[in-house]
Design a binder for this molecule. Structure first.
Ligand SMILES: C[S@@+](CC[C@H](N)C(=O)[O-])C[C@H]1O[C@@H](n2cnc3c(N)ncnc32)[C@H](O)[C@@H]1O
Length: 444
């Protein structure tokens, strides 16, 4: 199953998470431990792609790119198990070879078998690129990131901090959920979850968050999920809704609502009153949003399929008390959750994407009431998509000021606000997803 997903990902480059859920939904694997193993293998290979390919290339006489996707990915899958899991060497090699035996000729089987055996023997002897000569090359291979991103972070953060950031991006994050306070308090939910997940504990920064340390299965199988007591949402993402600080009875626009992680949190902060208009260009995401809202007992949301940059015609006058723009971005702050992001981005994205982000801000600004609040958020660490977009917006559109994020965030999160008044979270500094968020007030 893992091999099938990896081939599909490599050939068509869809979102890894989506192929995985699709395959698991249709699968015949009843045991959650097997499902977790499939997810671990796939994410692991994608996370360490450069490193695995580097070692395999040192051993294989045939260049990896000359092999077909099935053989190349079988090798990666075998190598990942040998290097990063507790699967015994014999089993890792035998299982990989077994898949190919059924489908491929004897020489392929022998070839893969020989490479994996040699890798198991020599894995500790193969040298990485020498760090002193070329730190970027070393970090690129050792932590498996595209070179352009490593170079960019080296310039910005220096070698020591870059290494910490790269490392944090390879760590499997703890699953974090938000208590649906329309139905339970965090304390009640925590008590309930602890029976099943002893490692569950309250989050440090978000008053609604619970970290499920040690949880392995699929969250959708939990009873607490099915009855709508919780929503999966990282702590940093939860803080964004606090930054919007919606009040009961208000009218809110969530312009890039996606599957509604933040929309349903806004609803909960509004005690399910007022009205939230949840917009997205992708109808299937809004369908998932509606499913989430139903499960959570949220009824104050209206979904609108459409492009928020052309929303003036759809949405009419300036009648929103608050607007949230959870903008599409490169996602460099959430690599630990979605390792495929590393390979899906290019330096050109940092020119193209900010243009769209600025356009979203400029198009939505007129829809805000005077005195209203607009929050702009991304899960990117790149200044081009964050501070620069806000600076350009303030230069081009008059009447807005930046409000210090501490004005709206719970006290527990104040340490995450910079001198500039923006919310900045980093995986290697705070153990959170990397988010940026700015709170803007419209004065006239
Ligand atoms: C960062 S994601 C939103 C995540 C969501 N807010 C959550 O908390 O679960 C950005 C979303 O913006 C949507 N999007 C991209 N361009 C858009 C546009 N022009 N108008 C509206 N939505 C857009 C994408 O489809 C995507 O769902």
């Amino acid at each position: 199953m893992a091999l099938k997903v990896l081939i599909r990902w490599e050939v068509k480059k869809p979102l890894l998470d989506e192929v995985l859920s699709e395959v698991l939904d249709k699968s015949v694997l009843p045991d959650p431990r097997d499902q977790a193993l499939v997810a671990e293998l796939i994410n692991g290979v994608v996370r360490y792609l450069t490193y695995l390919d580097y070692l395999l290339a040192r051993i294989s006489k045939k260049p990896l790119e000359k092999l077909d996707p099935e053989v190349r990915n079988a090798l990666r899958l075998g190598a990942y198990q040998l290097l990063f899991t507790r699967v015994p060497t014999q089993a890792a090699v035998a299982e990989t070879v077994k898949i190919l035996k059924r489908r491929r000729g004897q020489w392929i089987v022998n070839f893969v078998n020989a490479i994996l055996r040699e890798l198991a023997r020599r894995k500790d002897e193969i040298d990485l690129p020498p760090r002193e000569m070329d730190p970027a090359a070393y970090l690129t291979v050792r932590y498996s990131y595209p070179r352009w991103l490593v170079e960019r972070w080296l310039t910005r953060f220096g070698e020591e901090e870059t290494e910490a950031l790269l490392k944090a991006g390879n760590e499997r994050p703890v699953l974090v959920v938000r208590a649906n306070t329309l139905r339970v308090t965090r304390e009640q939910l925590l008590l309930y979850l602890k029976a099943e997940i002893p490692g569950a504990s309250p989050c440090k920064y978000s008053p609604d968050g619970i970290a499920l340390q040690g949880f392995q299965g699929r969250i959708t199988n939990l009873r607490a999920f099915k009855v709508g007591w919780l929503q999966v949402q990282d702590e940093a993402s939860q803080l964004v809704s606090y930054l919007v600080s919606p009040k009961p009875g208000e009218r809110i626009l969530d312009a890039c609502a996606g599957v509604g992680g933040k929309t349903t949190h806004l609803a909960q902060l509004m005690r399910n009153t007022g009205r939230i208009y949840a917009m997205d260009v992708l109808p299937w995401r809004l369908k998932r949003l509606e499913e989430n809202a139903r499960r959570l007992g949220v009824t104050n949301i209206e979904v609108i399929t459409g492009d928020a940059t052309k929303s003036i015609e759809t949405l009419g006058g300036n009648f929103f008390d608050r607007i949230l723009i959870d903008a599409p971005c490169t996602g460099t702050g959430v690599i630990r959750r979605h390792p495929d992001i590393k390979w899906a981005r290019s330096p050109e994205d940092l020119i193209r994407v900010p243009e769209k982000q600025l356009l979203l801000l400029k198009s939505l600004a007129p829809l805000l009431k005077r005195g209203g609040v607009m929050v702009y958020a991304t899960c990117s660490l790149e200044p081009e998509e964050n501070e620069d977009v806000i600076r350009r917006f303030l230069e081009e559109v008059s009447g807005f000021v930046v409000e210090d994020a501490r004005k709206a965030l719970p006290q527990t999160a104040h340490e995450l606000v910079g001198e500039d008044g923006f919310l900045h979270t980093y995986p290697h500094r705070h153990g959170l997803d990397g988010f940026f968020a700015a709170r803007l007030r419209k004065n006239n």
